[in-house]
Design a protein around this ligand. Sequence first.
Ligand code: CMC
Length: 437
Amino acid sequence: MNATDSGKNATFTLTDNRSGDAYELPMLSGSDGPDVIDVRKLYAETDCFTYDPGYTSTGSCESKITFIDGEKGVLLYRGYPIDQLADHSDFPEVCYLLLYGELPSPEEKAKFENGITYHTMLHEQLIYFFRGFRRDAHPMAVMCGVVGALSAFYHDSTDITDPKHRMIASYRLIAKMPTIAAMAYKFSIGAPFMYPRNDLNYAENFLYMMYANPCEEYEVNPVLSKAMDRILILHADHEQNASTSTVRLAGSSGANPFACISAGIASLWGPAHGGANEAVLNMLEEIGHPKNIAKFVEKAKDKDDPFRLMGFGHRVYKNFDPRAKVMRETCHEVLNELGIKDEPLLDIAVALERLALEDDYFVEKKLYPNVDFYSGIIFKAMGIPTSLFTVLFAVARTVGWVAQWNEMIEDPSQKIGRPRQLYTGETTRDFIGVGER
Ligand code: CMC
């Protein structure tokens, strides 16, 4: 369904010396979630803007892809609960669901997987592109660059007005992202690139390209590939978060999809967003020992100290993060499989989780461990270097970005995104020549 008239209106008056007339704004209903006050005509009618830095009360678009109820801890992809998808589905199927709106039939699933598999290789010349980076470059920096450069290599899928171009670009992005991520890793350690293998599924192939080397056989551990698949599902989309909104805003000007996804990667990198999983590990290392936890918790509570407990809190979830619940289970499965019992960082993580969950400050502010708290620990156990954590998030989130970008382009009411501002700078003043200042 599309947004419908809720049958309600919001009425207000401006209490200054203006006309004193009452203004009426229509209200719209979606299929779930709060109604919205439609302010699209507000400026024309009242000469006022709304003011909402951080968009805490603003819906920026209509979407049918992902639904979150932060109070109840609900996350749905196209109506399906995240825990059911994590337990019973697999990542390619979830990609299909996010892109096309329905779960695929067996034939559709096989065709889709085949289509993705046969787009995993990179243009050979792109491989040389990696060599232009310093070996110690952060892999997110490499990824922003290489993904942005895809538009220079795949001109034949950059006409955004052509649905076929859009779909080929979408397949290419989903398919090539693990190859780019694995190459960024291999480059950083001076190891040879591993080309994708078409006999492996998406998660297996990713692990293979990350961990195999040309000198010996590599067998993918099924517990680890299942864990990777789940991690990919859990991170696949999250409605209008910072990076997705970045992709939409970049795309609203008509920019090509590769450039838009590169912008999304840049936004994801920040520690308040996808960079939190890397920040969690750095924080656990800084804490160093369970005996220091109380000191760090006090620091996090201190208003005059900018320090925050990384991996805790969420803009939308004020109950628990449903992804964190699944991730917690996966975390234990992986640690058991790898026989990790005496991992000091894990001891710190477990003790920190316990302490924060019992602390009044965290309880009152509803600051629960989020998905990044556990994903960092799993990645660490799997031997993935910390600097690569956010890269894995980017691999998973690409399908969400692409689905949201397609939805925006296909929306007939789509306009260039152009927020306004509350100006507080100098008003008009005359220029004074440099000698007279
Ligand atoms: N540690 C200590 N205090 C916190 C934390 C934290 N991690 N998170 C929020 N608070 C406090 C904050 O100081 C504020 O207190 P007060 O009301 O007294 O000023 C209150 O809780 C509300 O915080 P906020 O900054 O207004 O909330 P927000 O919705 O703007 O921020 C957040 C959400 C995720 C950026 C924030 O909780 C945070 O910085 N968390 C740590 C970083 C992190 O783990 N990010 C990953 C998010 S999940 C993955 C993703 O979606 O990318």
